[in-house]
Design a protein around this ligand. Structure first.
Ligand code: EPU
Length: 301
């Protein structure tokens, strides 16, 4: 989708940088996605005004964080993408509290806190993506979840059109799911983390990194796990037991390392990946009577 020059000029007045005709294949870890205009929001406080302008001008939009858990349609996309440019490190420490920008890199944030002797997030070190994305989906790995550390969230709330602060206790954090509305935009989060010596945190990080390296296809293009685990079960194990590792549709393939990772081995399209997802879901349904739910977010056009 292309924004008119008139709207581009008004967005610029709000400090928004507009990049026209951007290919989202370069902005997602799967390397899949069509083309559209990208709006870089450099000033958090202007988010409500930008949203109002887009609404008034009838410009459909989606918010793209780290792009690591999303499968985006091919071709010219009928919406623009909004993005908060990555903050480095985007973290301020006060005692046991870490104030983190949603646009900070998750791994960078964990490392920064570790260097300040704040732990508890070791399991999340290898999870790719932004802090905002990890917050929104309550990312988790190796016994750590993001949600329990959250004390406050500053966000743009679609329901009110304003920037608000929510207390951690008022947010529901479930397995890979939270009570935020789809249109809400995460801006900042206050975490409370336990004090731990850097060396101890580092030892924990090394263990998680080793486990991850030995079981996940880290050097291939993926969106992490494609499906959520069903209650009490493992999607990866079921897909593996069905002999589907290496199964492919075009360049979209079930990883031969971890069966719940679907990788782009070259130039996979969104259509290829969706077909592979449907085929695998169907095989699991037939064999186990289990309906696998997507963990990856699909943006269709
Ligand atoms: N397994 C197989 N074959 C496979 C993959 C797994 O037999 O191809 C077996 C393993 O041997 C193990 C069991 O299935 O006995 C569980 O596997 P694993 O420990 O790899 O964990 P997982 O349930 O597949 C979850 C998260 C991962 C997270 C790891 C580590 C989900 C959907 N996945 O994977 O998170 O990194 O645990 O904590 O909850 C993600 O969310 O994108 C993700 C990668």
């Amino acid at each position: 989708m292309r924004i008119s020059d008139n709207v581009v000029a008004r967005l610029k007045e709000l400090g928004v940088e507009v990049r026209q005709g951007v290919s989202l294949t370069d902005l997602t870890s799967l390397g899949i996605g069509g083309t559209t205009d990208q709006l870089l929001l450099r000033r958090y406080e202007t988010v409500p005004e930008v949203m109002r302008l887009l609404k008034d001008e009838n410009i459909p939009h989606r918010f793209l964080g780290g792009g690591t858990n999303v499968l985006i349609a091919d071709g010219e996309l009928p919406w623009v993408v909004l993005h908060l440019p990555t903050a480095h490190p985007g973290v301020r420490i006060e005692g046991n509290a870490a104030y983190v920008d949603a646009s900070a890199d998750l791994g960078g944030m964990v490392t920064f806190c570790a260097k300040n002797n704040l732990g508890g997030m070791e399991g999340l070190i290898g999870v790719p993506g932004s802090v905002g994305g990890a917050l929104r989906m309550n990312a988790g790995a190796y016994g750590t979840q993001f949600g329990p550390h959250v004390r406050e969230v500053e966000l743009y709330r679609a329901a009110t059109g304003k920037i608000e602060t929510l207390r951690g206790g008022d947010i529901r954090f479930d397995y890979r799911h939270t009570s935020f509305a789809p249109e809400d935009v995460m801006l900042r989060v206050k975490l409370e983390l336990p004090s731990k010596p850097f060396k101890e945190i580092l030892a924990g990080i090394k263990v998680c990194n080793e486990k991850r390296r030995s079981s996940q296809p880290l050097n291939q293009k993926s969106a992490g796990c494609i499906f959520k685990n069903p209650p009490g079960g493992s999607a990866g194990r079921m897909i593996d037991e069905l002999g589907l590792k290496g199964h492919r549709v075009g360049d979209a393939m079930v990883s031969d390392r971890h069966a719940n990772f679907f990788v782009n081995t070259g130039h996979a399209s969104c259509t290829d990946m969706l077909k592979l997802i449907d085929e695998v879901r169907e095989r699991v349904r037939t064999a186990y009577g289990v309906e696998l739910e997507n963990e990856v977010i699909v943006w269709r056009n």
